[in-house]
Design a protein. Structure first.
Length: 462
């Protein structure tokens, strides 16, 4: 029994089905879950539209005379039909969900449109939309992949019109005149970047000194500089106390008492695990104080035969991590050889403009003595392909262990950094050395050439 059809659930279903297990998957909103329908796929689709405008806006030095000035985000003669863009977003998300569902069914998995509720560690009730029990199923193995939902301010619930969560943006038919983004983590930064490129006035409210708290500080510096150049207003060290609709706009009140007026507000203040009302504690499954399900590195919970994957575990809120957790869980449950999840091998990306991608240890780990390594950096502006494309923002950073020169971590800040991080992810996972990276041919000219160039710095001595 798999409860939840997001990446953790459907990837687990595919593995279990192909291994010959009898599998039932419960999902009430559509296969793919939030990642496909209201989160990752929709947001990156919208960002793709924003990227087109961003490229044109930054192309004046390439001789394209219709590009706007540096203070305006989009090309002067280009406008965004947000209704059309969002129709494409929703259509693509639905198509992706249908494609995944077809693959799951081909693997022999039975899909029920329902939610799940545990009645003990090996019995699951499939619950319909109106709360009725559709059927009760005994299971040898249960996987919880129920995800998380956007956190909201208690006194300022989202209305889907002016006060929005990131799941509600894709029903807007007109571009917000002034979007206030509350929260400067990954989600807030991505949407602030995207909507500024689309043409909205954007104010980003951050409770920290810097955007992207916990991320590489040099990468955050680059993004802040880009935001400032493109006209994103950053309210640092400011915490939102609430938001209210007033007339045809919104007012966001900060804890300092200051008020910010805009047309819409996006609440990007994190997520809460969707674990309430599932009978988990009654079944003996331990939860953290945050409500997340406790798991080990092979996705086991505190109850034998019950596993968990994805955002409900709080391990790392990435679709790729959820999928890996689900695959690991099924291989372990069905007696197959399995490698545990290794956090240091997780690669991730932030889809701002430019993108920020990381893998392995951080520079902060080196600075604070948790790892003995050198930090090597190469500005992207020295790359010939970057010059040709008018790219000046970004860098490549490599953490290389002293002595062995094994690659321990990396940061890439560049257009399509999410693609460029892959060689470094391979290096971290398979303990490749900087010499091995440096001796690998790259295309000239290419942005990937900087990956080899930064690795060559390790050959110049410790």
């Amino acid at each position: 029994m798999i409860i939840g059809g997001g990446p953790g659930g459907y990837e687990a279903a595919l593995v279990a089905g192909h291994l010959g297990a009898e599998v039932t998957l419960l999902e009430r909103r559509g296969i793919g879950g939030a990642a496909v329908l209201t989160d990752v796929v929709p947001s990156k689709t919208l960002i793709a539209t924003a990227d087109v405008l961003g490229v044109v806006a930054d192309s004046a030095e390439l001789g394209i005379r219709d590009a706007d000035s540096a203070t305006s985000p989009a090309a002067g003669s280009l406008t965004v039909d947000l209704d059309a863009a969002n129709r494409r977003v929703r259509g693509l998300a639905h198509a992706q969900s249908e494609d995944i569902a077809a693959s799951v069914r081909e693997a022999g998995v039975r899909i029920l449109e329902a939610t799940g509720r545990l009645r003990g560690p090996d019995r699951v009730e499939a619950v319909g939309e109106n709360g009725e029990v559709l059927e009760t199923i005994d299971a040898d193995v249960v996987l919880l992949a129920v995800g998380a939902t956007p956190r909201q301010l208690a006194d300022s619930p989202a209305d889907g019109k002016r006060i929005l969560t990131w799941t509600q943006l894709y029903h807007l038919t007109q571009l917000p005149e002034h979007l206030i983004v509350v929260g400067s983590g990954v989600t807030g930064a991505e949407f602030a970047s995207a909507y500024r490129s689309l043409g909205s006035e954007v104010t980003l409210v951050s409770s920290r000194d810097q955007v992207l708290p916990g991320s590489d500080t040099d990468a955050a510096d680059v993004l802040e500089n880009v935001f400032a150049r493109r006209g994103v207003r950053l309210k640092a060290r400011s915490r939102a106390a609430g938001a209210r609709v007033e007339g045809d706009g919104v007012v966001v009140t900060l804890q300092s008492g200051e008020e910010i007026r805009g047309s819409h507000v996006l609440m990007a203040i994190g997520a809460v695990p969707a674990t309430d009302g599932l009978g988990l504690e009654e079944a003996g499954i331990r939860l953290r104080p945050s409500g997340h399900v406790e798991t080990d590195r092979v996705s086991r919970t505190s109850v034998r035969g019950v596993y968990a994957a994805g955002d409900c575990t709080g391990v790392n809120p990435l679709a790729s991590v959820a999928a890996m957790q689900g695959r690991i869980a099924m291989h372990h449950a069905l007696g197959e050889a399995v490698s545990p999840l290794i956090a240091a091998q997780i690669s991730s990306a932030i889809f701002t403009s430019p993108e920020i991608a990381t893998v392995g240890c951080s520079e902060q780990d080196v600075r604070e003595g948790r790892i003995d390594a050198r930090v090597l950096t190469k500005p992207l502006g020295t790359n010939p392909r970057a010059k040709m494309q008018g790219i000046s923002d970004g860098f490549v950073k490599l953490m290389v262990r002293h002595g062995s020169h094994v690659v321990a971590g990396a940061v890439v800040v560049a257009p399509r950094a999410s693609e460029l991080i892959m060689p470094f992810a391979l290096a971290v996972t398979h303990r490749l050395t900087a010499e091995q990276l440096a001796s690998t041919f790259t295309v000239y000219p290419s942005l990937s050439g900087s990956l080899s160039e930064v690795a060559r710095q390790a050959l110049w001595g410790d």
